[in-house]
Design a protein around this ligand. Sequence first.
Ligand code: PEP
Ligand code: MN
Length: 338
Amino acid sequence: MIVEMKTGAGKEAVDTVVERARSLGFDVQLNLGTDKTVVAILGGNTGQLSTDVFAVLPEVESVTRIMKPYKLASREFRERDSIVSIDGVEVGGKRVVVMAGPCAVESEEQLMEAAKAVKKAGASILRGGAFKPRTSPFSFQGLEEAGLELLAKAREKLGLPVVTEVVDPHEVDLVAGSADILQVGSRNMQNYALLTEVGKSHRPTVLKRGFSCTITEWLTAADYVLAEGNDKVILCERGIRTFEDSTRFSLDISAIPVLKRSSHLPVIVDPSHAAGHYALVPAIARAAIAAGADGLLIEVHPNPEEALVDGLQSLTPTHFTSLMDELRVVASSVGRYI
Ligand code: PEP
Ligand code: MN
């Protein structure tokens, strides 16, 4: 931790900082400039020390952490890329893993039709929401347990692993009963009780980025899952809120290389929720693979015009099939395959 004193701060103020640090068991290194003093607080666990301890002292200009707030998700903690394995499908290796299916499970026919189509086109994981965290309480909330049963049925019939969202810490076991991968949605990225329960489940987990959260906050949230001994975390960039309103959210493409530098966890991209419109999905999906994403999460509906949720951003099976062909070309151009 670095404490920068105000220009011209007196010796008494500097001594107060030094004494405070030493009284808490830390070492101190002083950098006495001509008119500015900088105090480095070292040794011990500064991660648990609040910056306020020093910020409140007289003539302190600023206090900065030099340690990252996240640990287990960091590259320093694990140098090699983590690979999350789901029933033989590896996320984070050479293969780009495509997870696809409807936003919400609506009926057995709809789910089976979507599942067959995405499997045929080359997707290796089926997505489908049974519990939908909707912005309005009056919108369709998902088929809930009946939706989970349909997902389990589709998994059994087609042999495709399933990813589905869990919204309530008390329902983690229930959802894990039908899902191979738990999804923590954007709105719940900082629901720490949910993250802890998902961690305890030891299930592979897709952790979507909160749409108003920084990458640091996202990786710190991942630490909640990792801290419970669940090392199967997959990060999913799905767009963030910016001033731009021509797309539903702004996909932060730079998050991919930034995460690859700062974390060992696999990174996938959801172009559907970022775009908000089916016509924009292919370009974003291609860009994500070119930028180094380990996978994609794409919404596909057999009849988007009849979808109960997110029809406008859903691809038809035909569109999805041709997109997969394009994605194979992009993947091979960056030394990967689908
Ligand atoms: C979803 O994947 O269906 C979803 C609700 O996404 P997000 O949490 O990113 O909004
Ligand atoms: Mn959706």
